[in-house]
Ligand binder design. Structure first.
Ligand SMILES: [Zn+2]
Length: 290
């Protein structure tokens, strides 16, 4: 299955690796109360939170095809990777991602850039593949864009405690060692159709990607939001945030800017169709599916 989105002369495909209920909502959103949940239950369930109370998440890449480049934004969990702390992602061996990527008509040799919005385990996995027991870049001609402070942060974490950060070891550092990393500021213009801009908070130097031109544009959000409950309540953090307060400010700023405009938001983890436009809703925002 492939899903195609047209934005001016750019085509965006979703490449899905997984879509399923994963984490308990009250653990995932530590500030979510029973009262807030009940007030919003009618629209949250079953689509965004399943009947057992787990947050339904997609794990996916966005493949952006401009007239000049093929760009993969985020690279999911990946296969054959030891993830002892995350049983559902440990040593995955699924052909779903590769099949969905192939269905776009773009091969691994056609990818010019891989952009990781941040360096969490579910955004870097397909960066590398195993070759004769070594992790090597999976996209043979791609440059991999990492934000400088993000890379610095996770490199230091890995050095401190390698066992707790296996995804940095097998999916980030081999890219740097192979000299395929292009280390950029989180505010970075690739060309007139692709611009990275900082959306910090979930991680220290998280970026989102603006695609297209004003009036015909899309934003690939990465993890600046995980669920529409965080649009309704922009200050609601999730448990893996580096700085939930800053993440809340980032949501208020970005949603305030794109509210009531045609800008299409492409979320990393929202269940299908994962895309929508932002409208105001009380003190917060609503994501209207599109
Ligand atoms: Zn994520």
């Amino acid at each position: 299955m492939t899903t195609q989105i047209k934005v001016g002369n750019v085509t965006i495909h979703r490449v899905v690796e997984q879509e399923l209920p994963i984490f308990d909502a009250f653990e995932f959103f530590p500030s979510l109360t029973k009262e807030i949940f009940e007030e919003n239950q009618s629209w949250l369930q079953p689509k965004f939170i399943d009947p057992s109370g787990k947050v339904v998440l997609c794990v996916q890449s966005y493949l952006v095809r401009t007239p000049h480049h093929n760009i993969l934004v985020d690279s999911c969990v990946g296969n054959h990777k030891p993830r002892p702390a995350r049983p559902m992602w440990n040593m995955m061996n699924s052909d779903r991602y590769e099949k969905n990527l192939a269905a776009t008509g773009i091969g691994i040799g056609d990818i010019d850039y891989v952009m990781c919005t941040h360096l969490h385990v579910d955004h870097v996995g397909w960066n590398t593949r195993l070759e004769n027991g070594r992790w090597v870049p999976a996209f043979p001609k791609a440059k991999y864009l990492f934000a400088d402070r993000e890379l610095e942060f996770w490199t230091a974490k890995q050095k401190e405690d390698p066992a707790a950060h296996p995804w940095v070891t097998d999916s980030v550092l081999p890219i740097v060692e192979a000299k395929r990393a292009e280390i950029v500021k989180s505010n970075h213009t690739l060309n007139d159709l692709v611009h990275l801009f900082p959306t910090p908070g979930h991680t220290i130097d998280h970026f989102s990607v603006q695609i297209g031109k004003a009036g015909q544009d899309a934003i690939i959000t990465g993890d600046m939001i995980h669920s529409p409950i965080q649009a309704r309540y922009p200050d609601m953090g999730m448990r893996a945030d580096y700085d939930s307060k800053q993440a809340g400010i980032t949501r208020r700023n970005l949603f305030g800017r794109v509210c009531d405009t045609p800008t299409l938001m492409c979320m990393a983890h929202f269940p299908s169709p994962s895309t929508g436009r932002i409208k105001r809703w009380g003190d917060g925002f609503k994501v209207v599916e599109a």
